[in-house]
Design a protein around this ligand. Structure first.
Ligand code: NAP
Ligand code: MG
Length: 406
């Protein structure tokens, strides 16, 4: 191996995480990155114990660092629930780190499947990636909820700051116990989301679809439809020149059409739809572990991560001393995405080349038949197919990478 490392000029913000992904993160760094790269990293430990210890300040500090340096790479993290409070003896149910980061960066999340030639999508019609743009602000992720204990009136109230009369809507006259939820969004955030989607679709030269449920939600969802329509006028000429188009349809119709499309589209989704649909696409393209994700802020900051969670079940096996065959592909692609973007920002061609080589090494490893359990289940049958544990998989990629670098 040549001992000259590739120098990453700008600072990379690293956000460590939890459970099995934290274990894989370390393997990826040690075997695939640190031997080849001389990089300045600003490290934030977003593992749940440290979020609890710092009263979640570490998440906000990480967001600030991404704003400052422009590029971050994040491991998956636990979003605490009641079980996790007990498991980790938490001070409180800290909010989702991804929710906090999305809100702080006011960004849009784009997700794309990682395609290999020996895993055919479950949906036969799909030939090209379906990219998903997920609105990263508001709706149920920034909600207020009330457990209604008994009879009473549930109302929606808006009090104008200029002192005008409050606007009231009766939501429900409760006769007994129930539940209430309040959600919001802002024109500003929806417009930034729309702009990001038009920009990304043009960049990737794919058609843009946007879907919501404006036939039912005649004020809330209709506002999304309206803003996308206004933006589509601004992008009309650029889209025509690039031979791509904008298309609006209802969410249920979009789901039905996507199943019959050949792909090669960017599907812009509201926050919850994007959360759900990206997991559906991830598993239909192969495995959740083959879906990459990037949060793009309107001012051009990028945070790369895997779309999957911390792979909790595998981690419990790991804790019992069992070897697991968890798939680190999306974690690797989070790093290559961040490195490539760092290279674009810093104009360091060798960093971009390194990212390309690492991606090729990872893809070729799977295509040669060496794969983790999630992929073996869905790969085209071949005598070359071989199930490996995570460490062996990373080692095989490392060997391939070494041959490209020597
Ligand atoms: P998950 O971690 O995505 O895993 C769900 C299942 O998908 C796994 O049990 C495994 O299936 C399969 N899977 C996902 N990633 C895999 C990989 N890299 N390799 C192999 N198989 C993989 O979702 P979860 O278990 O529902 O959530 C666990 C924790 O992650 C939760 O605490 C949640 O809050 C958190 N989470 C974080 C993020 C994030 O930080 N971006 C996103 C989602 C969830 P099998 O068990 O069948 O092998
Ligand atoms: Mg999800």
């Amino acid at each position: 191996m040549s001992n000259k490392k590739v120098r990453v000029k700008g600072t990379l913000v690293e956000l460590d995480g939890d459970e099995m992904t934290r274990v894989m993160w370390k393997m990826v760094k040690e075997k695939l990155l640190l031997p080849y790269l001389d990089m300045e990293i600003e490290y934030f430990d977003l593992g749940l114990p440290n979020r609890d210890k710092t009263d979640d300040r570490v998440t906000l500090e990480a967001a600030e660092a991404i704003k400052k340096h422009g590029v971050g790479v994040k491991c998956a993290t636990i979003t605490p629930n009641k079980d996790r409070i007990k498991e980790y003896n938490l001070k409180k149910e800290w909010p989702s780190p991804n929710g906090t980061l999305r809100a702080a960066l006011d960004g849009t999340i784009f997700r794309s499947p990682i395609l290999v030639n020996n895993v055919a999508p479950t949906v036969k019609a799909w030939k090209k990636p379906i990219h998903i743009g997920r609105h990263a602000y508001g709706d149920v992720y920034k909600n207020q909820e009330i457990r209604v204990e008994g009879p009473g009136k549930g109302e929606l109230v808006f009090s104008p700051a200029n002192g005008g009369p409050p606007v009231r809507r009766l939501i429900h006259e409760f006769k007994g116990p129930g539940i209430l939820q309040g959600i919001h969004n802002t024109d500003d955030s929806i417009r930034k989301f729309a702009k990001a989607c038009f920009t990304y679709a043009l960049d990737q030269k794919v058609d843009l679809w946007f879907s919501d449920k404006d036939t039912i939600s005649k004020t809330y969802d209709s506002r999304f439809t309206q803003i996308f329509k206004e933006e589509s006028e601004n992008w009309k000429t650029a889209f025509e020149q690039a031979h791509v188009s904008y298309f609006f349809t209802l969410i249920d119709d979009a789901v039905a059409r996507v199943m019959r499309s050949e792909g090669g589209i960017l599907w812009a989704c509201k926050n919850y739809d994007g959360d759900v649909m990206s997991d559906m696409l991830g598993s239909a393209y192969g495995s959740l572990a083959m879906m990459s994700s990037v949060l793009v802020s309107p001012s051009g900051q990028f945070e790369y991560e895997a779309a999957h969670g911390t792979v909790q079940k595998h981690y419990y096996k790991h804790l019992k001393g069992e070897k697991t065959s968890s798939n680190p592909m999306a974690l690797i692609f989070a790093w290559t995405g961040a490195l490539r973007k760092r290279g674009e920002f810093d104009k360091t061609v060798d960093v971009i080349e390194f990212a390309n080589k690492l991606e090729r090494s990872a893809l070729e490893t799977v295509e040669s038949g060496i794969m983790t359990g999630d992929l073996l289940k869905i790969a085209l049958p071949s005598p070359n197919n071989k199930l490996v544990y995570t460490q062996e998989f990373v080692d095989a990629i490392a060997e391939n990478l070494r041959s490209k670098i020597d």
